[in-house]
Ligand binder design. Structure first.
Ligand code: HEM
Length: 409
């Protein structure tokens, strides 16, 4: 890739951000400050409205759920391209955008089916003891940063185990995960594009090496399962590498924020923390309420594959609908007192933190298990408290802390 294309990618991303910030509510989204008042401004515009920048937006739980389940919508435009993906962006991001999260049926169906057995409840339960051990190892210090010392290393270790990343590669793997995570919203500088390009190439090489090793020496891990499928002609090598990349990012960028946002919610709602301490079996309820109240993935989008009549509007073919998960999760039509963090609340309908329909999070069982083990462990720390200023990471799609100092004394 030339410097020109790299610069073009940065310029495009900046222009899109600027245009969005100026002309749309969705473009003003900044999860480093409290985004929930902005979601209420969106809700006031009705269950479905169109931004001046052309995208439709829904904050309604019912409508969001139905768009995500509606087969007339997909993730690609009818010309097969991803919305907003220019040739410059595609060059820099390489393999990542070919994962099955970014595919429509029939490719999505075929690839997801191959990865799914590794995430079955039985397989995930097999990792519980390892997660408990990791949590105990990570929770020994008196003063620590909740994110850097606990919430981030745990899912990284778990996904490394799942993928069978050898110990000597784990640190490099974690570094790459950070680079990709930092550019999920589009790059802000030439340096970032270059770092992303290098990381993409290094990760490609790392996975290719690992795949090669598993061809000769299969183990009990996701990559071995996929290599077997490759041998049977069900997936090609490019798709295999893209699937590994998806699992890496999904494993790195989400569970960390379930743990961070959840611990923050408990510390900010001491009455609810007291309930958990009195009854650690409430840990699964903490997971579900955090996912509803302050979800790690705040929004997603779908593209209409044909003209669709929706909530009194006509969404034209190839137009995008932004599904604001975090707003749908506080829809007063389905959740009474939606701004209350309440472990006792009725769990129906399910929140949309894991999306809905065919792209429903494949790692949901794993994330729920990790969250449950963590919140059970926190229930045993009677004096846990915030011990300094917390900061949010800069992102619009992902909501979570960059840093959160805590002390258990
Ligand atoms: C609390 C933690 C997590 C949250 C909030 C979360 C959220 C999501 C969401 C919202 C989607 C769908 C996006 C869309 O519909 O456009 C998704 C998809 C996905 N997630 Fe997760 N995720 C979490 C953890 C994980 C973990 C730990 C893994 C695996 C290591 C994982 C693997 C995946 C995969 C493979 C997909 C793509 C599914 C498909 O396209 O069919 N996730 N996740």
């Amino acid at each position: 890739m030339t410097t020109f294309t790299e610069l073009r990618y940065v310029a495009e991303a900046s222009a899109t951000r600027l245009l969005g910030r100026t002309f749309s509510l969705i473009g003003k989204l900044d999860t480093t400050t409290d985004p929930y008042p902005l979601y209420e401004r969106m809700r006031a515009k009705g269950p479905l409205y169109k931004e001046r920048t052309g995208q439709w937006v829904t904050t309604s739980h019912a409508l969001a759920n139905s768009v995500l389940r509606d087969r007339r919508f997909g993730v690609r435009k009818t010309d097969g391209e991803l919305p907003g993906m220019s040739p410059a962006a595609r060059d820099a991001t390489g393999t990542f955008y070919d994962s099955f999260l970014e595919q429509d049926p029939p490719d999505h169906t075929r690839l997801r089916r191959l990865a799914a057995p590794a995430f079955s409840p039985r397989r995930i339960d097999g990792y519980r003891a390892r997660v408990e051990e990791l949590v105990d190892q990570l929770l020994t210090r008196r003063d620590f940063d909740l994110i850097a010392d606990f919430a981030a290393p745990l899912p990284i270790a778990v996904i490394s185990t799942l993928l069978g990343i050898p110990d000597e590669d784990t640190a490099e793997f974690a570094e790459h995960g950070k680079v990709v995570g930092a550019t999920l919203d589009g790059p802000t500088s030439l340096a970032q594009v270059r770092a992303l390009r290098k990381t993409t190439a290094d990760l490609d090489a790392l996975f290719t090496r690992l795949i090669e090793r598993r061809r000769h020496d299969p183990g009990e891990d996701v990559i071995s399962d996929l290599v077997q499928a490759e041998g049977d002609g069900k997936i090609n090598t490019h798709e295999l590498v893209a699937t590994c990349g998806l699992l890496l990012i999904a494993g790195f960028e989400t569970t960390v924020n379930l743990i961070g946002n959840g611990t923050a919610a408990l510390l900010r709602h001491p009455d609810q923390f007291a309930l958990l301490r009195a009854d650690p079996d409430l840990a699964p309820a903490v997971v579900e309420e955090v996912l509803r109240f302050d979800p790690p993935v705040q929004l997603t989008a779908r593209v209409a594959h044909e003209d669709v009549d929706l909530a009194g509007h006509r969404v034209r073919r190839d137009e995008e609908v932004y599904v604001v998960i975090a707003a749908a999760n506080r829809d007063p039509e389905v959740y009474p007192g939606p701004d209350r963090f309440d472990l006792a609340r009725e769990r129906k309908p399910e929140h949309l933190a894991f999306s809905s329909g065919i792209h429903y999070c494949l790692g949901a069982t794993l994330a729920r298990m990790e969250g449950e083990v963590v919140f059970r462990a926190l229930a045993r720390l009677p004096r846990l408290r915030q011990a300094g200023t917390a900061s949010y990471r800069a992102s619009t799609v992902i909501r979570g802390f960059a840093s959160f100092p805590v002390s258990r004394s």
